[in-house]
Design a protein around this ligand. Structure first.
Ligand code: HEC
Length: 99
């Protein structure tokens, strides 16, 4: 993505997630999420399931979580059914790396 803007599929995330550092809404800010441990935003009230998932967000774990949040982190409070299209997930993950 030459201009670094969000892919169209980010519209499925932006009701709950901001890309701005420090700005958590229904979900935690996604700034700095790539490479971080799950549940890394100190002042966000994550589910116990997320905090204790032991995941680190890389290409593989993000792809699995975004495809099927409830199966990847059973008990997660992210109410999103999942993005089935692998190419769209890959595009989103590339965007998350820039945040
Ligand atoms: C209905 C609101 C909602 C939608 C839509 C949503 N999320 Fe979430 N997301 C959340 C919540 C709430 C959490 C915290 C989950 C928990 O604590 O179990 C979360 C957690 C996450 C995390 C883990 C963050 C961390 O700090 O460990 C990532 C990554 C993530 N979401 C990405 C996305 C992406 C990308 C999309 C769009 C495809 C999306 N989410 C759609 C609400 C949402």
């Amino acid at each position: 993505m030459a201009n670094g803007g969000p892919p169209a599929s980010f519209a499925q995330c932006s009701a709950c997630h901001s890309p701005q550092p420090g700005k958590s809404i229904i979900g935690p800010t996604l700034a700095g999420v790539y490479g971080a441990n799950a549940g890394h935003i100190d002042d966000f009230a994550y589910s116990t399931a997320m905090r204790e998932s032991g995941l680190t967000w890389d290409d593989e774990t993000l792809s699995r979580y975004l495809e099927n949040p409830a199966a990847t982190v059973p008990g997660t409070k992210m109410s999103y059914s999942g993005m089935r299209d692998a190419a769209k997930r890959a595009e989103l993950i590339e965007y998350l790396k820039t945040l």
